[in-house]
Design a protein around this ligand. Structure first.
Ligand code: ZN
Length: 257
């Protein structure tokens, strides 16, 4: 049995903490060490490993201090610009932590080194997707191509619908405002806006999401839906025939939203 808890960091990051029944913990993307140390101490947990999704500082800056305090492996992508990784992972690898296996998928786009960690337990699957998939959104395409990012979206679409999606930023309300602009008639988006506003009023996270939910509300997973295609074409002032054309248009549209 795995429990996953968010540790809020910076202005809108979540550092995810996994723990098992033996009080062992694994931290995903520790951008800040102190908030992690506080959470471990408060819950009397033993840190046994760190998982890194990509090299950005807000996902990696706490690694050095944590490794000085705890002698632990740091799992992360090969060929990363971050040099604190001790166990490099390739696409298709499986990594064992807390007695459970996580499947590695290379999902370049946001960065070239970006990977995700899938726990595909049939009863409670979950994925750590870093800055690639957000609730109702996706990450900016900084280093890779639009085509690579669209391939990452196809990977998420292929997962079990029950899969819980652990994104690393609280961007949900802004993403939903954009999703509503792309699909003004989508009832699921409207409902989700109401739900997320309630949660944020109580200062609660809107995450995790699920693949099932994202398939209904996330425009970046819905580039093949006629309504999304039509609104993207109107924005681009030309008919967009390919899914990649639609994806690229709405990603650029979101950049200036
Ligand atoms: Zn990032």
């Amino acid at each position: 049995m795995l429990t996953v808890t968010p540790i809020p960091a910076f202005t809108d990051n979540y550092i995810w903490m996994l723990q098992n029944e033996n009080n062992q913990a694994v931290i995903v993307d520790p951008g800040d060490a102190q908030v992690v140390i506080n959470a471990l101490d408060e819950n009397q947990l033993n840190l046994v490993a760190i998982l890194i999704t990509h090299h950005h500082y807000d996902h990696t800056d706490g690694v050095r201090a944590l490794c000085e305090k705890y002698s632990i492996p740091v799992y992360g992508p090969k060929d990363s610009k971050f040099n604190g990784i001790s166990q490099t992972l390739n696409d298709g690898d499986n990594v064992e932590v807390l007695g459970h296996s996580f499947k590695i998928k290379s999902i370049p786009g946001h960065t070239l080194d970006h990977i995700s960690y899938l726990y595909d337990d049939p009863s409670s699957p979950l994925i750590f997707c870093g800055d690639t998939l957000f609730l109702a959104g996706c990450g900016r395409v900084f280093e890779g191509t639009m085509g690579q990012m669209l391939s990452a979206m196809h990977y998420f679409k292929s997962l079990d619908k029950k899969t819980k999606v652990y994104c690393t930023h609280e961007y949900s309300l802004n993403n939903l405002a954009f999703a509503h602009t792309v699909e003004p008639d989508n009832i699921d988006i409207k409902d989700k806006i109401v739900q997320c506003k309630k949660l944020r009023k109580q200062n609660l996270p809107t995450l995790p999401s699920t693949i099932e939910n994202e398939l209904l509300i996330n425009p970046f997973l819905r580039c093949d839906v006629l309504n999304v295609k039509q609104h993207a074409s109107a924005y681009a002032t030309q008919p967009l025939d390919s899914e990649l054309g639609v994806f690229s248009t709405i990603r650029q549209w979101k950049n200036v939203f």
